[in-house]
Design a protein around this ligand. Structure first.
Ligand SMILES: Nc1nc2c(ncn2[C@@H]2O[C@H](COP(=O)(O)OP(=O)(O)O)[C@@H](O)[C@H]2O)c(=O)[nH]1
Ligand SMILES: [Mg+2]
Length: 200
């Protein structure tokens, strides 16, 4: 399965002004600068789709993208889902909980959106133990419904030594390990998403 179309749909401040929940959604979240925009652009084959240069912390909007997949099945040649680009949260503000750090509207989106199926938590492979990411992880686990999964995607693995990458993989057997720069792990990430949503 591959992505053949990706289009920006709209930005929302929260659930109230979000599109109608008529499609499976995959939310991408992580610290500012983790590589989220780069990853979204590469996954969708659209260089400027998620603006990669926006000032960290300035935009607190939820951005929706309609994604069209091409399948190998003649009866259902196309499948659809929505990628949701969430604002990056701040640099390691250890003393604050995610709820204080992050706009209430965003946590409400994560907690209450009925069609939200997958959380993709992006974690910088070099800084995998930051308090803020631990908070996010605990928060996601605490809100996750039975019909949802959390994918931990470790980014910028090109910056790790082989030994450290091997160790990271051992410690996170269910993780996905990506480098946008070296184009590693992107197919695994996409496969994990489509397998969960569509079973293929
Ligand atoms: N070495 C390396 N740098 C990356 C990678 N992905 C993104 N970057 C860089 O990290 C910075 C932040 O990327 P961006 O996609 O804007 O992060 P965002 O703030 O999470 O949307 C930019 O300078 C990117 O060029 C990667 O896989 N490897
Ligand atoms: Mg960005």
């Amino acid at each position: 399965m591959r992505i053949i179309e990706a289009n920006f749909l709209e930005s929302a401040q929260g659930i109230d002004d979000s599109p109608s929940p008529d499609m499976a959604e995959i939310a991408f979240l992580g610290r500012s600068n983790v590589g989220k925009s780069s990853l979204l652009n590469t996954l969708t084959h659209r260089k400027g789709l998620a603006k990669s240069s926006s000032t960290p912390g300035k935009t607190q909007l939820i951005n929706y993208f309609n994604i069209k997949f091409k399948t190998d099945n003649e009866e259902t040649p196309h499948l659809y889902a929505r990628f949701v680009d969430l604002p990056g949260f701040g640099y390691a503000r250890v003393s604050k909980t995610l709820k204080q750090e992050w706009n209430k509207n965003l946590t409400a989106y994560l907690e209450q959106r009925p069609c939200l199926q997958i959380f993709v938590h992006l974690i910088d492979a070099r800084h995998k133990d930051l308090a803020i990411d631990k908070n996010v992880d605990a928060f996601l686990k605490s809100i996750k419904r039975g019909d949802q999964i959390i994918i931990n995607a470790f980014t910028k693995i090109d910056k790790l030594k082989q030994n450290d990458l091997a160790k990271l993989k051992r410690e996170n057997p269910d993780g996905i390990f990506v480098s946008n720069l070296k184009k590693r792990g992107l197919e695994q990430l996409q496969n994990k998403i489509t397998e969960y949503l569509f079973g293929s």
